[in-house]
Design a protein around this ligand. Structure first.
Ligand code: FPP
Length: 221
């Protein structure tokens, strides 16, 4: 959900207003995704690198994520959305936020329309590091280490690899998002800043995806 800060700056607003505007974008895209029967959607809400931002913005982002969770979890529950989180639950993440995450997970755990995965304090490299640490803790012998044994120790092993990754606001990189899972995903880059992104943009991205030929390293049909 990139471009919030620049969107705000270009309007003479504080960066935090860009994040606020990003909430409308998120829920419009979510509704649009539900309308077309998309089963899995994942959003990058806070990265392991975002701690480097000024203290005020970090505090805002943590509070804002919690605020959205509390204000909108019932609505998500009514829309039959299952909420999950990926990311490190280290000491920097306030205990109360973790409790609210767990409550949202519990409340929505049996929902079927869609799984919304929120990447919070998430980094793709950290995820792989944590998976390897688990392998070692599980005393898995070297010859048993495989793509499958690593994948089964990622933060949410049930999450399928994404078909499509959308990056907004004109940047053309993955920035440590779902590093392992994106190996064969189709990447879509758009200049639209996240606060301006709406379901129509999602549909444009999906239409572009439908034109792609996915070969997964093979030769295709
Ligand atoms: C990136 O824009 C955006 C973020 C770091 C935060 C986005 C978070 C939300 C919209 C809240 C989502 C909350 C839930 C619970 C799903 P940026 O600040 O990097 O923009 P810039 O590149 O223009 O500086």
């Amino acid at each position: 959900m990139d471009g919030n800060g620049r969107w705000a700056k270009s309007r003479g607003l504080p960066r935090t207003e860009g994040h606020r505007a990003g909430e409308d974008a998120l829920f419009d895209v979510l509704e649009g995704a539900l309308d077309i029967g998309l089963k899995w959607m994942s959003v990058y809400a806070f990265s392991t690198e975002n701690w480097r931002r000024p203290g005020d913005e970090v505090r805002f982002l943590i509070g804002f994520n919690e605020d959205i969770l509390l204000r909108r979890r019932d609505e998500l529950h009514e829309r039959d959305v299952r909420i999950r989180f990926v990311g490190r639950r280290d000491r920097r993440v306030p205990k109360r936020l973790i409790k609210n995450m767990d409550d949202a997970i519990e409340l929505t755990k049996n929902n079927k329309a869609m799984t919304l995965t929120v990447a919070f304090n998430y980094g793709g490299r950290s995820e792989i590091v944590d998976a390897v640490r688990t392998l070692v803790a599980d005393k898995v012998p070297a010859e048993r280490i495989s793509a499958r044994s690593i994948a089964s120790r990622l933060y949410d092993p049930q999450m399928p690899d994404p078909d499509l990754m959308i990056r907004t606001s004109g940047e053309s990189r993955t920035s440590n998002f779902l590093l392992w899972q994106l190996a064969y995903s189709e990447l879509y880059f758009t200049d639209v800043a996240w606060p301006d992104f709406r379901r129509e943009h999602l549909y444009q991205a999906i239409a572009a995806y439908q034109e792609r030929e996915r070969r997964f390293g093979g030769v295709g049909e």
